[in-house]
Write a protein that binds this ligand. Structure first.
Ligand code: HEC
Ligand code: HEC
Ligand code: HEC
Ligand code: HEC
Length: 325
């Protein structure tokens, strides 16, 4: 315990949804005052214990106990007008062994109700099962692409994988964890624009990837991951609108899917489309993809991101959530 170096994260839930209107991993401010918001500025509310951070201060750290203060005053207006009623507080517990190998430890988190000034652990019950779900196939989560101190808890994935970011390694998806996990297990390939389809070995590798079957003989085995009853069309009052990335430019292959713009869309389009779009992308079914997007537009909404997709998303979030206030 004493050797753990924790990173603390605090995310502000939007309204009564399970999604974050302010993600801890975002960089919302020009913290260093150089006139731009970039990698040299700090995360909103994410800091390693002991590190200098404008909003997260370490009070004490000794013998496996830590006291940390997070200053939320930058979002006082969101808290006052009821946009942010709850926060999720999480810890990524980094621990290295004698060989400097980071051990796979679960990242715990708890929900805190700001108005009631107490923990609200029954706020949102788990959508997926990690121990009897993900871990029937994965020994630990997030080890191939992150460090293994982020596992055990999909809410911690969701803290960073917010609906406000489009996917970057996965085209036409959201970085939101529902979209990412569905698309990955439908075997949509990462970074398709970097594949040289004129090179036979690269093209064959791509074919192998997209043809891989989900190990329980079908991705429609929803309960291999889900707790029963959590895989229906999401309640619009419990999940925020989100952003889907544009299509990648694929130079070396004359594919039928053309330029698809960034889209702002709803939680069903994002979660269900995580799989359904992936299938159409893999089969290069441009017509079906257009029809699918039209279908989600008719049953919900699908708005082109335009010049400033973040601003468009902000407008849609405000309009949608006003319905549920
Ligand atoms: C039935 C088996 C199975 C279950 C259950 C499962 N996965 Fe997977 N997962 C896989 C396979 C197979 C891959 C593909 C590995 C590859 O492409 O090399 C994968 C890949 C991934 C990847 C991408 C890894 C990478 O670096 O490419 C992530 C992230 C992931 N899974 C997360 C999860 C999460 C989160 C859950 C639970 C909600 C879960 N998985 C449940 C079998 C499973
Ligand atoms: C501290 C923040 C944070 C946490 C916690 C986190 N991620 Fe990520 N993750 C990111 C960021 C940022 C990226 C980069 C996104 C990009 O480049 O598209 C990323 C990328 C990924 C990718 C894409 C792989 C790649 O090569 O970029 C997968 C898959 C992924 N995360 C899965 C997970 C899963 C599953 C969890 C929970 C077990 C998790 N992440 C927890 C921030 C986080
Ligand atoms: C490989 C694991 C995996 C499989 C298989 C899977 N899901 Fe999911 N699903 C997830 C994850 C992870 C999330 C996000 C959970 C979270 O945010 O806590 C999710 C979220 C969802 C959501 C959004 C729930 C909400 O409240 O917003 C829906 C809807 C959904 N899944 C439907 C399905 C359906 C339908 C199937 C089967 C056809 C399915 N899923 C199969 C991993 C999976
Ligand atoms: C985990 C991946 C996954 C998710 C998430 C998912 N689906 Fe599917 N869905 C599939 C697959 C794969 C099929 C095709 C099954 C087959 O043909 O055997 C399918 C089939 C369907 C069909 C029948 C379509 C037809 O042409 O027969 C409908 C309707 C459908 N899904 C709706 C939804 C809705 C609504 C959601 C979200 C609540 C959803 N799906 C989420 C994978 C998924």
């Amino acid at each position: 315990m004493a050797d753990i170096v924790p990173t603390v994260l605090v995310g502000l839930y939007g309204w009564d949804t399970k999604d974050f209107i302010i993600g801890p991993h975002e960089r919302p401010f020009d913290d260093n005052g150089d006139g731009t918001i970039d990698r040299n500025d700090q995360r909103a509310l994410e800091a390693e214990v002991g590190a200098e951070h404008p909003r997260v201060t370490t009070v004490s750290a000794a013998g496996g106990k830590w006291e940390v203060v997070a200053d939320l005053s930058a979002w006082a207006d969101l808290i006052a007008d009821g946009t942010a009623k709850r926060v999720e507080i999480a810890v990524m517990p980094e621990l290295q062994d004698a060989d400097a190998v980071v051990l796979a430890l679960d990242a715990p988190s708890r929900t805190f109700d700001l108005g009631a000034n107490e923990f609200a652990d029954d706020f949102y019950s788990p959508i997926v099962k990690v121990t009897d779900g993900c871990e029937t196939c994965h020994d630990a989560l997030a080890t191939n692409y992150h460090s293994p101190d982020r596992g055990g808890n999909i809410v911690v994935c969701r803290l960073c994988h917010i609906t406000k970011s489009g996917g970057s390694h996965l085209e036409m998806q959201s970085r939101s964890i529902d979209s990412y996990v569905h698309a990955i297990h439908s075997f949509q390939a990462f970074d398709i624009g970097d594949i040289n389809f004129a090179e036979p070995v690269e093209a064959l590798h791509y074919e192998h990837h997209i043809g891989f079957p989900y190990p329980t003989h079908g991705i429609t085995d929803c309960e291999s991951c889900h707790t029963p009853g959590t895989n229906n069309v999401p309640d619009q009052s419990k999940s925020l609108p989100g952003l889907l990335s544009a299509s990648d430019a694929v130079e070396s292959w004359d594919r039928k899917i053309g330029d698809v713009p960034e889209y702002v869309t709803g939680p069903a389009s994002r979660a269900c489309g995580g799989c359904h779009r992936a299938v159409m992308i893999k089969e290069d079914e441009a017509g079906e993809l257009t029809l699918f997007n039209l279908h989600t537009k008719q049953g919900g909404y699908l708005v082109e991101g335009g010049e400033d997709a973040g601003a468009t998303l902000g407008t849609v979030i405000d309009e949608m959530m006003a319905i549920f206030k």
